[in-house]
Design a protein around this ligand. Sequence first.
Ligand code: LLP
Length: 406
Amino acid sequence: MSLDITTLVERYHTPLYVYDFNNITKRYEELKDAFGGKKSLVAYAVKSNSNLAVIRHLANLGAGADCVSIGEVRRALKAGVKKYKIIFSGVGKKDSEIREALQENILLINLESEAEMKRVEMIAKELNVEARISIRVNPNVDPKTHPYISTGLHENKFGVSLESAKRMYIYAKKSKYLNPVGIHFHIGSQLTELSPITEACGIVADLVRSLDAIGIEIKFFDVGGGLGVTYENETTIRPVDYAKAILSQIKGLDVTILSEPGRYMMANSGIFLTKVLYEKVNGDKRFVIVDGAMNDLLRPSLYSAYHKIEAVQKEGEASLADVVGPVCESGDFLGKDVELPIMNHNDILVVHSAGAYGFTMSSNYNTRGRAAEVAILDGKDYLIRERETFEDQIRLEESCDTSWQN
Ligand code: LLP
């Protein structure tokens, strides 16, 4: 990212998220190109970073959107993603969400249980439309990633077994209000090994073949998201190898390949900037206290996730310190045992790989306003989300009638 961090901090203050839009383009194109001439759609996982400007940028490049709430579907539509490129997934969709998705006529509603299929059928009947559906299959494959972000084992809450999927397809095929055109799986996130993906693809492709044999024709083969990125020193899967592995398993099938990458697109397209407030030492332990916290970037606290942290001003001898925020929790840290020089008030720290699941998982805990977000495109900076104010935070409380308290 060619930018002057000090200038950005002067202009927009901290804590601040900064995204490199040129890098987003590069990541999108690498993945899209990896599928070569094959029919494919990259449906960006909006949950990883749902800023409208990010979605709009990807929509302009031709991307679709993978959404897990009607709010995300609305964001995608607002940002200009074509209806026929939007997928609505998630284990627990409300009737109102299903209704709106059907009325919007998006590409696919992804089903995660038999009970959900019945509700979609009922609502489609009410609206007198035919719901295009796909079914999320749980192929029971170990994705070899962090248990919190592993989703493809039977012990996880996601999807249905191969047997129930088959039953569901047979039911859906007979229904006047359901059109089973897709199949979906997503075995986990931050995948750094190809073999679980290949295995899952093989299992699901076999199911597609057996459905074909009974007259159920699957047109969309959705491999989910999950491509890992380098946070520290992880070796990652190259998009060409990823595509090759998928294509090797679906030979002979006439399907459009859908993929739902989030982290791959955004993690290393973003950084989080925070300013040093104080240094202190408790016993032998050195702490660098900064103005960014777990409410801004939850991944270190929630998953013990590693994010590389670097000082912008690097003079002086370095020693180890925990980088912690002002939130009242011992779990509020951005990094442990980070090598840093002596830091002064207002020195800036860069937290790397923060573009995915950073801002979207932020909260107002401790009545802290959410950070501002900035885009960098061709060397120019643009504010894409204002810093949240105190007034923004209390608006929905102030609008209530509390005269009963006077
Ligand atoms: N598709 C489905 C159905 C998903 O559940 C997910 C992520 C994705 C696509 C996108 O996966 P990606 O390409 O980003 O790996 N908050 C966690 C990650 C949770 C991922 C949940 N599902 C984190 O910060 O690591």
